[in-house]
Every structure is written in C-alpha cells, then in structure tokens.
Design a protein around this ligand. Structure first.
Ligand SMILES: [Zn+2]
Length: 497
C-alpha cells in the first residue's frame, strides 16, 4: 500500500489503482464506487472490485479519490506558452497583431522548443494526457523539428498539428521539405506522437486552400481548422470545403462559434467535430461558446484551452467555464422571454465526457478517453487528502467539473507509465525548463524593446467608460479608496481583537 511518501512506481511493472471512485466513461458511463484499475504494459488489463493482480504489481491507494481517463485537449498553441499570461487583457485584435503581423516571426526554433517543452509538462501536470499542439508558428522545418523534439522529451501523448501562419497553406503544405519532415518524424514515432495539418480557410472564392487539403489527403493526415471565428473565418470557408469534398469525419473545427445553420448542418452531416475553447471564446471574441448550437445540431464536441498566452492549461477550467457559459446563456435567453429555467440542459457528466471521450473521438482514437480492458492506459487519479475540498465525494462528475483543480491531480499515467505520482511530476528537470524559457523571454523582449514589450502587454483602455448619473447621492464614498474605509468589518489594527 502506498502512503504519503510512497516511492514512485517503477516503469515496466504492472500498476493497480485501488479503491477509488472509477469514472470508466465506457459506453454506458459505468461508475464503480469503489473500484480498481489494473495497468499492464501499455494497456488497461482489468477494471473491477478487489482485483487479483500479478505478482510484483505496484499499488496506488486511490480511496477517497476519483479515477478517470486522461483528459484530451484538441487545440492548444503550445509554442505560445513561452509567453504565459502576457496577453491576459488582449482581444483577438491584439493577438493577431502580436503573433501574426509583428512578432510571431521573431520566434526562433529554440523558442518554439521552449514553449512546447513548458506547455507539455504543464498539460501532464494537470492530467491532460493527450494534447493537440496546434503549431502554427512553424516558419521553417527547423522550427518543426524543434517542436517535435520538445514533445518527444516529455512522456505525454501529443499530436503535432503542423501549421505556419507566416505563409499560405497552399505554399507550406505542398512544400517537399515539409513532406519529408512529416515522413521522417512519423517513421517509428510510436503511439505517443501523431500528426495533423492545421490551417484556416479564408473564404476566398478561388479556394486556394484546396492544395493544402489535397496534401493532407496525400499524406493521410486529418485537418484541424479555426472555423466560425468572428471577423476571421465564416460560412464561406465551410461551404467551399463542403463543395470541394474536404469535410470528413476526422476534420476538427475549432471554435465554430459564429456560423449559420447551413454550416452547422454541413458539419453534422459529414461527421466532423467541434473543439470548443470556452475560456478563450469568452474573452477573445471568436463568438459565444457554441455548445448550445452543438446540442441543436447534434455535433460531437471536444474541449480545448487554445493558448496560455492568455488562459490556463487545464481542462478543469474548460469544463467549468463551458458549463457556466452554456447555463448563463440559457438563463439569459429565458429571462428575456420573462421565463425561468428550472432544469438546465448541460450537465457535469456531459463536460467530463467531452474532456475525455469527446477528445478521443475527435482524434479517431477509440482506445483513449475510456477505462476499459484493452484501452490504452492513460489515467488520472484526483485525490488530495490534505484538502478540505476532497470530501464529501457525493457527485463524482460534479466534483471533477466544479470542485477539482490541477493541484488535486495525484497520479497521472500515460501509456502505462506513471508520469506524476503523489502530486509530483516524475523525471522533469523544472529548473532546466525554466532556464530554457527565460532565454526565450529574454530574446523576445530584446527583439521588441522595452517600450513595445510593455505596450503589447497593456492594451489601451477604450474611452467612454463613464459611470452613469445616479439620482441618489452617496456620502463619503470613493470607489478607488476603499482600502481602510470606515466601517470595515475587520477590527482596527492593534485593537487586540
Ligand atoms: Zn486557436
């Protein structure tokens, strides 16, 4: 039995998670309370109660915790994690200016490497065992090599979605050097690394993106595309894709927030799925998080975080904000009709499904996102005996969606290998990662100069943000000087309360 300082499991030996609440996410969403999960080599060997295990199996005490499939993020610009938090107050406008027009070019291969390395560990630490690296900063093949090098240094499951915002997709996706790179890095990459092509469809009637879709088809890769992004991509792009026969079940439409009925029906009819990035859509301006639309058209959903230049890199936030946005809209619309919502449509169980099975489906991986014998062993144990938030554990889906956070991720297993144990990532040299990222930040800051750097981080406030006239008059109140205000509910300093 493990205890607070149990040694980390040794690679190559079977592992059993004992006595947790197991959210299997199988086809009937079976929940075992409690249950065991046995991992042998790369797969889940057994799920059940009081499992008999092979000799030498390492035990992880999961009682009081939740065992769930590893989470899957279908859209994350990992290279941008090198600029973590820099764009917290941006809209899409500042983002486009910064990355697309002005400064994306200043990223060298080692900077893409730095961002990816940090982002990959960030994902694993939060129990995101599969991440699609929507890598649109690959200006040269050297950048792409660096991106993959970083992903392969971290023991997670990753999909490099190859992209390059500095050139048209009809240019880079048909480049022989890019094809040679993809062939080379796919060969022998194993099950932990996959590839997609990542590009957007502008709606140009000439449909220049056709060449890129044909390249993807030739390479046998699926396409992921930002679709339905206010001011950037619209129904024309979807229509062109459909008319030319490039909408397939494995196509992933990111955001899909501002499309019309016709586009949603084309997506639904061709079997594609939508990657919803609620935390992103809520503040950047792609459009309202579209889960309510997905429900109407019966389009499969996966979740994603988009970019840590603004937002978090954990899917707990994605699940939470997605529930909040969907319910908020439902209430707001009802109130506008003078009605009251008494039963919400979107449930915690559904967002846990999207964070696991939904991602697996989007990537065509039926052996991920579920805890069943024969599935790949990507698992998360949420358990934190030191936290008052860990009990009572009454509604496990609700607990995952609204109560848990990355600090509660106790154990993470990817492809049968324990990569986080007792809340500690295994095999990471975080000081070295930090130095790598600091060198990138230093380079970018030097390229921009201090003034531009500061201006980029602090966009101007629009004018006209005035407080309305109020017929009632406050006395002795100033909203900007409430510190130390009279009438504080706390005692005066030194009053000996
Ligand atoms: Zn994106």
């Amino acid at each position: 039995m493990s205890h607070p300082d149990a040694p980390a499991p040794v690679s190559g030996r079977p592992v059993v998670l004992r006595g947790g609440t197991v959210l299997t996410m199988d086809d009937s969403h079976t929940v075992l309370t409690p249950g065991d999960v046995l991992v042998v080599d790369h797969h889940i060997a057994a799920v059940g109660r009081a499992l008999e295990v092979p000799e030498g199996t390492q035990e992880v005490e999961a009682s009081g915790g939740i065992v769930m499939p590893g989470m899957i993020d279908t859209h994350r610009h990992m290279w941008q994690t090198a600029m973590r938090g820099y764009g917290a107050d941006w809209t899409l406008t500042q983002y486009f200016v910064w990355y697309y027009l002005e400064h994306g070019r200043t990223f060298r291969p080692q900077d893409v490497y730095a961002g990816n390395l940090l982002s990959a560990w960030d994902a694993l630490e939060a129990g995101v065992t599969t991440t699609v690296d929507w890598s649109h900063g690959l200006q040269t093949v050297d950048h792409a090599e660096a991106a993959v090098d970083a992903l392969q240094e971290v023991p997670g499951r990753f999909v490099l979605a190859y992209g390059n915002i500095q050139a048209g997709p009809w240019e880079w996706a048909t480049d022989k050097a890019v094809h040679a790179f993809l062939e080379r890095r796919r060969t022998g990459a194993g099950d932990l690394l996959g590839f997609q092509l990542a590009f957007d469809v502008t709606g140009d009637p000439g449909f220049p993106e056709r060449a890129a879709f044909e390249a993807a088809r030739e390479l046998g890769l699926s396409v992921t595309t930002h679709a339905g992004v206010w001011g950037a991509t619209n129904d024309d792009g979807i229509r062109l894709m459909h008319e030319h026969g490039f909408m397939t079940p494995e196509t992933v439409y990111v955001h899909a927030a501002t499309l019309g009925t016709d586009s949603y029906q084309r997506i639904a009819a061709t079997g594609g799925s939508v990657s919803v990035s609620t935390e992103s859509e809520q503040s950047a301006g792609q459009g309202y998080p579209p889960t309510w639309q997905m429900r109407r058209y019966d389009i499969p959903v996966s979740l994603s975080m988009d970019t840590s230049v603004w937002w978090s890199g954990d899917l707990f936030s994605a699940m939470r904000t997605t529930l909040g946005a969907d319910r908020s809209r439902e209430h707001l619309e009802a109130h506008a009709r003078g009605e009251t919502v008494t039963h919400t449509h979107l449930r915690a169980e559904q967002v846990v499904d999207w964070a696991t099975r939904g991602g697996a489906r989007a990537l065509g991986r039926n052996d991920l996102g579920r805890i069943e014998p024969g599935a790949r062993a990507d698992l998360v144990l949420i358990k934190n005996d030191r936290s008052p938030v860990s009990f009572p554990l009454l509604n496990p889906y609700g607990h995952v969606a609204f109560q848990a956070q990355r600090g509660d991720v106790h154990t993470v297993i990817v492809d049968g290998r324990v990569v986080k144990h007792e809340h500690q990532l295994l095999g990471v040299d975080l000081p070295a990662v930090r130095r790598t990222v600091e060198a990138t930040v230093e380079h970018l800051r030097a390229e921009l100069g201090q003034e531009q750097w500061s201006r980029g981080m602090n966009p101007e406030l629009p004018a006209g943000d005035e407080v309305l006239d109020n017929p009632y008059q406050y006395t002795e109140f100033k909203s900007d000087s409430t510190h130390g205000a009279r009438g504080s509910v706390f005692g005066e300093p030194g009053s000996g309360r």
